[in-house]
Design a binder for this molecule. Structure first.
Ligand code: ZN
Length: 327
């Protein structure tokens, strides 16, 4: 009942390109301010856990505090790891926790043509190259970076002689990319040194996460990205990719991530337990407390809807105090 159909989602051309109202010429008069559009984008590789709840809560509260929309995108591009049935479970869990989203669910597995169109655009602009390096060569060539191995551009002149292309990479310039994160302040990254030419199309025949996220954020008209600091070091390359594709850059808020006793980010791999909907009131209260909005004692054991009804204005007041929105 809450999965509203939005006529705004039809604002795309038959080949999947975005023609969102905000990017159209404004004409006479003031440029309209795009409405707030945020998203939650889980991968169906495991059930939601407490870390996912914190991230969903932050995005949901920020969207509702701005009277904006909050969309759900299932990032199931990695079909080798996506587990059937988890998609439904994620949706049921979100509803059980009172986290209702707007508009139809978008699945990356149904968006491959759009990713290919973006890849074609980058290739035609001469911004990409084929890389023939195999796993063993990459392990030898790459240096550690803030968001994974940094590839030194060995194949920039083309694949090694007699070797087939394995992946397609984006050539990045030797320049510093800077952006202002709403929570983390100014973030700077040297694209060539800290990021390196990154993969757009993987050796296993799948479009890369970085490309899909950028294409989908623009197509869904996302204005505000709220996600964990574990993804912060990915953001400069995504902004660079947006610029290469002529797409708008959303604002970013990277919230702290939940870690386990060993300081590891909570995930299926680090043994995070799936969310138990029967404990929704307690878990929501814990998530709000983690985000710095501990509910008052009077709300102990309250239903999800009551907790959110308290938390949305509380989040809004915090934004207003920080001067992020008018009081
Ligand atoms: Zn290579």
């Amino acid at each position: 009942m809450h999965r509203l159909q939005d006529p705004g989602r039809d604002s795309r051309t038959p080949d999947g390109r975005l023609t969102r109202p905000a990017s159209q010429p404004a004409g006479p008069g003031p440029t309209p301010v795009p409405a707030y559009r945020g998203r939650f984008a889980p991968s169906p590789t495991g059930p939601l856990h407490f870390g996912s709840l914190v991230s969903a809560a932050a995005g949901f509260l920020d969207a509702r505090a701005h009277q904006g929309r909050w969309l759900l995108r299932i990032e199931d591009l990695d079909h080798y790891r996506a587990r059937p049935g988890l998609d439904d479970r994620i949706q049921h869990d979100l509803e059980a926790f009172g986290l209702y989203w707007d508009e139809a669910v978008v699945r990356q597995s149904q968006r491959l043509e759009a990713y290919q169109a973006a890849l074609d655009q980058l290739q035609q602009a001469g911004l990409t190259y084929a890389c023939s390096c195999n796993r063993r060569e990459l392990a030898r060539l790459c240096t550690p970076g803030p968001a994974g191995p940094v590839y030194p551009g060995t194949c920039r002149g083309g694949p090694r002689p007699g070797r087939a292309a394995r992946a397609i990479r984006l050539r990045v310039p030797a320049q510093v990319l800077t952006f202002r994160d709403r929570a983390q302040g100014e973030i700077r990254q040297h694209l060539e040194r800290d990021c390196g030419d990154f993969v757009l199309f993987r050796a296993d025949g799948v479009h890369a996460y970085q490309l899909a996220v950028v294409v989908d954020d623009a197509w869904q008209g996302i204005t505000h990205v709220v996600r964990g600091t574990d993804l912060l070091a990915n953001t400069p390359r995504q902004i660079y990719l947006q610029r290469c594709l002529g797409l708008p850059t959303p604002t970013y808020l990277h919230h702290p991530v939940v870690t386990n006793a060993r300081g590891q980010k909570l995930s299926k791999q680090t043994g995070a337990r799936p969310l138990d909907p029967r404990r929704a009131p307690q878990l929501i209260a814990e998530a709000l407390t983690f985000l710095g909005l501990a509910p008052p004692a009077a709300l102990h054991g309250a239903a999800p809807a009551e907790l959110w009804a308290w938390a949305i204005p509380a989040w809004r007041r915090r934004l207003a105090r920080a001067g992020k929105i008018p009081p």
